[in-house]
Design a protein around this ligand. Structure first.
Ligand code: PNS
Length: 170
């Protein structure tokens, strides 16, 4: 059996549009399990994001600034390639409910096929955050509802500004 890497690097990938308290909870718990945790924001031109990649990186850096072993980066292309290029041996994902499982299972198996040396590790979301999704956060904020306690305060402020400026419905 190969030895456990002395510098255990994990990637926590996602869209993070925007980062929620559910994501932050996973960052906090994941950062305790590894030496370096790289939060990786997907540059996905196919989606129509509310926040630019630069804004999402800035917000994650701000809310995760207390975790000294957490870094934030953007990525293009295959997650498995990005993880391998960074020497990661773990992909971290959160599972909120059983409905998340099927997609996560498919991605985990595909990523393992692409990079057999990288394991996907699932953490269950904390119960107080297990209902949160970035999609729902954007919908509620766009319609003037409160997202206090669901996203970090700086994200709440940005959402208010964004919807006050554009009046856009996402
Ligand atoms: O926050 P999300 O939208 O659930 O994150 C999905 C993400 C970014 C993890 C997934 O779409 C992804 O890894 N995309 C990169 C492209 C890729 O590697 N696709 C094959 C996945 S098996």
């Amino acid at each position: 059996m190969p030895p456990r890497p002395s510098n255990l690097i994990a990637i926590y990938p996602g869209s993070f549009d925007p980062v929620t308290n559910g994501h932050l909870d996973l960052i906090a718990r994941g950062s305790k399990l590894v030496d370096r945790l790289i939060v990786a924001v997907l540059r996905n031109r196919a989606k129509d994001p509310l926040f630019s990649v630069a804004e999402r990186l800035e917000l994650i850096r701000e809310v995760a600034r207390d975790y000294s072993n957490v870094e934030v980066a953007a990525f293009d292309g295959l997650l498995a390639d990005f993880a391998a290029a960074h020497g990661a041996t773990m992909i971290l994902r959160g599972i909120r409910a059983i409905s998340d499982y099927e997609m996560e299972w498919q991605m985990a198996l595909m990523n393992r096929r692409l990079q057999p040396g990288i394991e996907t590790v699932f953490l269950t979301a904390s119960e107080e955050y297990s209902f949160i999704s970035a999609k729902l956060v954007k919908e509620v904020a766009s319609l003037g509802g409160s997202v206090t306690g669901v996203v970090p305060a700086i994200v709440e402020e940005r959402l208010k500004q964004r919807f006050a400026l554009t009046g856009a419905r996402k």
